[in-house]
Design a protein around this ligand. Structure first.
Ligand code: HEC
Ligand code: HEC
Ligand code: HEC
Ligand code: HEC
Length: 240
C-alpha cells in the first residue's frame, strides 16, 4: 500500500513537473519594438494600415457612421472596454499581452505578433539565422521557428478576430463578439484568400534573402516574394 502511495505521489510530482514546464515554455508576447527594429520596411508600411490604427477606432467621435450602423454609441470611449479592446490590440488575455490596466504602446493596435505569433521565443532565432546565412550561406529550417510559436498559416489568427460572432461558420467563436458581422454590412464578410492580399490592411512585402527554408511555408509566400519590393540597405540590422 505504502509503495502504491509512493508511486502515485511520484506520478503526481512528475505531472506537475511537466505541466509546469509546458507553462514555462509557453509563448509570450513582447510587443513590436524588437520586430520593427530589424524589419524596418514592413514596420513602416504596417504603420499606414487599418490594423495599426485599430485603437483609434475605439475613441469617441471616431468612425461615427460605422458605430451607428453597428448600434454602438459614437460618443462613448471604448478604449478601456474589455468587450472591445481584445481584438484591437496584441495578445489580450495572453502571456505578455496588452492589458487595460497597464497599456503598452508597442502592443496597441493589431501588430506583428497578432499575425506572426508571440515573438519572445522565436525572434532570437531570426538573428542567429540571419548571421549564419550572412557568414556561411547556410539556411535554417522554418520548423525551428514554428516550434517556438511563429505562425505560418495565419488564417486561424485572422478568424479569431474577424470571424468571431454569433452564428459564425468559424467553430472557435465565443464572446466577446465583434460588432461588425456580414449581417451589419456585407462588406464585413471575411474571406481569407482575398483579405490577406488587401493593401489597406496588410503591410507591403519586401524581398527576403532566403535565410529560412522548408515547411511550414505560407501558401502565398512565393507569390508575395515574386512581386516583393527591395528593402533599404540598413534593414534587418536592428537590435534584438
Ligand atoms: C487581433 C485581432 C485581429 C487580427 C488577428 C487580424 N485582424 Fe484584421 N482587423 C482587425 C480590426 C480591429 C480591424 C479594423 C481596424 C480599424 O479600422 O479600426 C481589422 C481590419 C482588417 C481589414 C480591413 C477591412 C476593411 O476593408 O477596412 C482587413 C482586410 C483585415 N483586417 C484582414 C486581416 C487578415 C487577412 C488577418 C490575418 C492575416 C487579420 N486581419 C488579422 C482585427 C484583427
Ligand atoms: C472579436 C473581435 C472584436 C471585438 C470583441 C470588437 N471588435 Fe471592433 N472590429 C473587429 C474587426 C475584425 C474589425 C474589422 C471589420 C472589417 O472591417 O471587416 C473591427 C472594426 C471596428 C470598427 C471600424 C468599423 C469600420 O467600418 O471602419 C470599430 C469602430 C470597432 N471595431 C469598434 C468596436 C467596439 C466599440 C467594440 C466593443 C463594443 C469592438 N469593436 C469589439 C473585431 C472586434
Ligand atoms: C494582419 C497580419 C499581419 C501583421 C499585423 C503583420 N504581418 Fe508581417 N506578414 C503577414 C503575412 C500574411 C505575410 C506573408 C508571409 C509569407 O509570405 O511568408 C507577412 C510577411 C512578413 C515578413 C516576410 C517578408 C515580407 O515582407 O513578406 C516579415 C519580415 C514581416 N511580415 C514582418 C512583420 C512586422 C515587423 C510586423 C509588425 C510591424 C508585421 N509583419 C505585421 C501578415 C502580417
Ligand atoms: C535581430 C533582428 C530580428 C528580429 C528582432 C526579428 N527578426 Fe524577423 N527576421 C530577421 C532575419 C535576419 C530574417 C531572415 C531574412 C531573410 O531571409 O532575408 C527574418 C525573417 C523573418 C520572417 C520571414 C520568415 C520566412 O518565412 O522566411 C518573418 C515573417 C519575420 N522575420 C517576422 C518577424 C517578427 C514578427 C519579429 C518580432 C516578433 C521578428 N521578425 C524579429 C531578423 C529579425
Amino acid at each position: 500500500m505504502k509503495l502504491i502511495t509512493t508511486y502515485a505521489l511520484a506520478a503526481v510530482a512528475l505531472l506537475v513537473f511537466y505541466t509546469g514546464n509546458v507553462l514555462a515554455a509557453g509563448e509570450a508576447f513582447e510587443g513590436r519594438k524588437k520586430c520593427s527594429s530589424c524589419h524596418k520596411s514592413q514596420a513602416k508600411s504596417w504603420g499606414d494600415t487599418a490594423h495599426a490604427k485599430a485603437m483609434e477606432s475605439l475613441k469617441p467621435e471616431v468612425k461615427k457612421e460605422a458605430k451607428l450602423k453597428a448600434k454602438l454609441d459614437p460618443a462613448k470611449d471604448y478604449t478601456q472596454d474589455k468587450d472591445c479592446v481584445g481584438c484591437h490590440v496584441d495578445g489580450y488575455g495572453k502571456q505578455g499581452g496588452y492589458t487595460v490596466e497597464t497599456p503598452n504602446k508597442y502592443l496597441t493596435g493589431v501588430g506583428c505578433e497578432s499575425c506572426h505569433g508571440p515573438g519572445k521565443k522565436y525572434r532570437g532565432d531570426h538573428r542567429k539565422a540571419g548571421q549564419t546565412f550572412e557568414k556561411s550561406g547556410k539556411t535554417t529550417q522554418r520548423k525551428v521557428l514554428a516550434e517556438k510559436g511563429q505562425d505560418f498559416a495565419f488564417e486561424e489568427s485572422c478568424n479569431a478576430c474577424h470571424m468571431n460572432y454569433e452564428g459564425s461558420p468559424w467553430k472557435g467563436a465565443k464572446p466577446p463578439y465583434t460588432p461588425y458581422t456580414p449581417e451589419v454590412d456585407a462588406k464585413y464578410k471575411f474571406e481569407f484568400d482575398k483579405m490577406v492580399k488587401n493593401e489597406k490592411a496588410m503591410h507591403e512585402h519586401y524581398k527576403l534573402d532566403g535565410a529560412f527554408e522548408g515547411e511550414p511555408k505560407f501558401k502565398y509566400h512565393d507569390e508575395f516574394q515574386a512581386s516583393a519590393k527591395v528593402a533599404k540597405k540598413d534593414d534587418k540590422k536592428g537590435k534584438e
